[in-house]
Design a protein around this ligand. Structure first.
Ligand code: COA
Length: 376
């Protein structure tokens, strides 16, 4: 017994099945994550968001002039067409923000005037932040917020998401969290993007499919669900009781567990430290940190399931004054860069993604005319 999946049998959730060779990133069961060969802590500690995005897209850290022209290319394309904002507004106040962004990206696919592949991708990468920041405001009839010309990419997203002032340290924390959300090998949405790319559909189509798969609470939606849970529990002393009831009712705890990381998620470890440091520097109330820690301790003691990135990113966003419905949109604004790297890698050596299935239904049935059919 080797532990390798039997290729003639369907593997539920494709667990343990390799479906692509990639040079972009790799997460591993031992809690390691590499971006283009660099350990994640090396990148999160030293690089900036634009640099990391360039690295993920191009395979190498940029020189000064490459970084400048990449950043300028994004800046030039950040203006979202009024027609797209109009479509977002039309969706109305009850629209889910990820549905709003997905609809806007579909509209962009028809409206955008970019001619070549690189221009289309950069347009998506630049505009996704603006769409994300406005995905909750504009459908409620509020005025759109726009990027400012001379800000870092992450500072720009933050100032569109909230008017709350952040210190330099807090802004750097937000940038680091964005870098951690930027890419994560073959997660559900990146796989979806590759499947769409393999049909030779354009990047707008691939990104809107990626957004669709990001919506669910088992993937991108987990950060919002985790925050809602933390806000419900409130008191660190109540973490144990909350979990006891949830286990009894066989409910999943959002922000915990991962297909790959079984011991720890390195991104969650980094974010836990950022949250602790951020609240310590503020010198005020650290209840939220203590609540997260109590949940983590109890989950590990009872189930040996570690927290994932979403669990510790959510309280960071909350402490920065960002409204909960914007957490999954933030994920999309970062992951678009990873999606485009996967789109390009798929096309470098493309073969239509069309897996096999194991048929387990009946066969050789005889057609029965409708008037002769019975229930059951
Ligand atoms: C992410 C996730 C889908 C990965 O799961 P997976 O590799 O498919 O593993 P499974 O869902 O099959 O879980 C394996 C076991 O751990 C349990 N488990 C996994 N995550 C759990 C969680 N968050 N809460 C409670 N139990 C959990 C499952 O119930 C299952 O138990 P069982 O064997 O007794 O049935 C899963 O951990 C999950 O649903 N987490 C919550 C959502 C989330 O935070 N998503 C963001 C991921 S970055």
């Amino acid at each position: 017994m080797t532990g390798a999946p039997d290729p003639t049998k369907a593997q539920k959730g494709l667990a343990g099945v390799s479906v692509a060779d990639t040079r972009i990133s790799k997460s591993d069961a031992d809690g390691s994550l590499i971006y283009r060969g660099y350990p994640i802590w090396e990148i999160a500690t030293n690089a900036g968001f634009e640099e990391t995005a360039y690295l993920i897209l191009n395979g190498k850290l940029p020189t000064g002039s490459q970084l400048e022209s990449f950043t300028e290319g994004l800046r030039e394309r950040a203006k979202v067409q009024p027609k797209v904002l109009g479509i977002m507004r039309e969706l109305g106040r009850n629209a889910d923000p990820i549905d709003v962004i997905r609809t806007a990206v579909s509209a962009l696919g028809s409206i955008d005037s970019e001619e070549d592949m690189q221009g289309k991708q950069m347009s998506l990468e630049a505009k996704m932040s603006v769409l994300a920041a406005n995905s909750h405001r504009v459908p409620r009839g509020e005025a759109p917020r726009y990027p400012k010309r001379n800000l870092r990419f992450s500072d720009n997203l933050l100032q569109m998401l909230t008017t709350k002032e952040a210190t330099e340290y807090e802004r750097r924390v937000f940038e680091r969290v964005m870098m951690l959300y930027l890419e994560h090998d073959l997660n559900a949405s990146s796989f979806t993007v590759r499947a769409v790319a393999s049909t030779l559909a354009d990047p707008y189509a691939a990104a809107s499919a990626g957004l669709a798969s990001l919506k669910g609470p088992l993937h991108g939606g987990a950060n919002e669900a985790a925050m809602e849970m933390l806000l419900r529990i409130k008191d660190p002393a109540k973490a144990g009781e909350f979990l006891k009831v949830a286990f009894k009712e066989k409910r999943k705890i959002m922000g915990f567990g991962h297909r790959v990381y079984k011991e720890f998620d390195p991104r969650a470890r980094l974010c836990k430290e950022y949250l602790r440091e951020m609240l310590t520097r503020r010198g005020g109330d650290d209840t939220l940190y203590r609540l997260c820690e109590a949940m983590e301790t109890e989950m590990w003691r009872e189930k040996r399931i570690p927290p994932n990135l979403d669990f510790y990113a959510a309280p960071i966003f909350y402490s920065l004054g960002i409204e909960v419905p914007l957490y999954t949109p933030i994920f999309s604004a970062c992951r678009i860069f990873g999606w485009m790297a996967h789109y390009n890698e798929q096309l470098e050596d493309n073969k239509l993604i069309r897996p096999d299935s194991t048929y387990v239904g009946p066969s050789a049935l005889k057609y029965v005319p409708i008037e002769d059919r019975t229930l059951g």
